[in-house]
Ligand binder design. Structure first.
Ligand code: FAD
Length: 319
């Protein structure tokens, strides 16, 4: 193993002693993200349980190593230069269910895949999470970004979340403490700030018993709608948030940018808020598309779009 990183060798060895082969040095991140662009992680660690996740972030925090929890990589884009510090790929997936009155509480570890969880809930006749049927990524990513679709979102399901806080340890946040808004939460507000981030370990989701056939039909409808309206291939889903009273895709389309291409990336012909990597794009190709769309929409409609996706690593944008 090549041990050349900016992280102190003794710290790398500490991680190796605890995690063995679960730790890699200099791992290409593109294959762990839905956009399939970007460079390497200095250190890349796969964790299989909440306990391992806590061990990893506690050690990173104590040793001053920047850390970043990676779920499904479906709402981030990694810079071509890669990311300094420790990327923790979260594969903690335990799920349990308990009854409380007329509801069922599903407790899912944060690395559980959201659409797999949705399928599991449907099969058990538990309703409320059908909106998540084809939203890529993990429960943790959805809790942080308040992901949603088809009129539902994480905020409408979450009852409480178990969170590890840097320097303080594990505590439970009730729904109202998460400060949910449109694709926003108290956890998302940490992004872009130079702080050690809180980590979602598990979430309690409130569901209601309903007939499996009804739930399945609803989910099938959502899947069909998505197929009709969104492109396949390597994307991050919606690039920008919808500004108040507008759809970002409509504004980009009206600015004449459907099909606009830079290098291996293009603004989708099917949905202009989707940027598709269809020919070995670099992160720089996608950055150019983002800048072009942002400036064109501001110039023509006086609207400043806000990214929905998080840019990870070193990115440069000019005003
Ligand atoms: C084709 C496609 C369709 C999409 N459709 C939708 C849609 O309909 N609705 C929607 O809302 N989104 C959609 N998205 C975006 C994406 O699926 C969601 O934002 C998803 O919830 C991200 O989850 P993730 O696990 O992939 O997060 P990642 O991209 O891995 O991470 C996103 C952020 O969450 C943080 N994070 C992840 N896990 C944890 C954790 N355990 N603790 C602390 N922080 C954590 C990361 O550090 C990062 O800051 C779509 C994406 C694609 C590619």
């Amino acid at each position: 193993m090549n041990l050349k990183t900016s992280i102190h060798l003794s710290t790398v060895e500490e991680f190796q002693t605890i995690f063995g082969d679960q730790l890699q040095v200099g791992t290409a991140l593109a294959k762990y993200t839905s956009s399939r662009v970007g460079g390497q992680a200095e250190l890349f660690l796969t964790v299989q349980s909440s306990e391992e996740l806590v061990t990893a972030v506690e050690l990173a925090y104590k040793r001053n190593v920047p850390y970043f929890v990676l779920g499904g990589g479906s709402n981030i884009m990694v810079a071509d230069q890669g990311v300094r510090g420790l990327i923790i790929m979260n594969r903690a997936k335990t799920v349990s269910y308990r009854h409380i009155g007329a509801s069922v509480i599903c407790t899912a570890e944060s690395g559980m895949n959201l659409s797999s969880l949705t399928r599991q809930c449907i099969a058990k006749g538990l309703g409320g999470l059908e909106w998540g049927i084809s939203v890529p990524g993990t429960v943790g990513g959805a809790v942080v970004g308040n992901s949603g679709a088809h009129g539902g979102d994480m905020a409408s399901n979450v009852r409480a979340v178990t969170i590890w806080e840097p320097g303080r340890g594990t505590r439970i946040y009730r729904h109202d403490q998460l400060q949910y808004g449109y694709r926003n939460s108290v956890l998302k507000q940490e992004h872009g700030r130079n702080v050690a981030r809180r980590v979602v370990l598990s979430a309690e989701l409130e569901l209601k018993p309903e007939k499996v056939a009804v739930l399945q039909a609803r989910a099938d409808g959502f899947i069909a709608h998505r197929k009709q309206t969104q492109p396949g291939g390597a994307t991050v889903g919606s690039m920008f948030k919808n500004p108040e009273n507008y759809y970002a895709g409509y504004l980009i389309e009206a600015a004449g940018l459907k099909g606009y291409r830079v290098g291996g990336a293009a603004i989708s012909e099917k949905h202009a808020n989707f940027f598709v990597n269809d020919d070995n794009a670099t992160a720089e190709d996608v950055r150019s598309l983002i800048a072009e769309a942002w400036h064109a929409v501001r110039e023509q409609f006086n609207v400043e779009l806000e990214l929905e996706v998080e840019l990870v690593g070193e990115w440069k944008f000019e005003e």
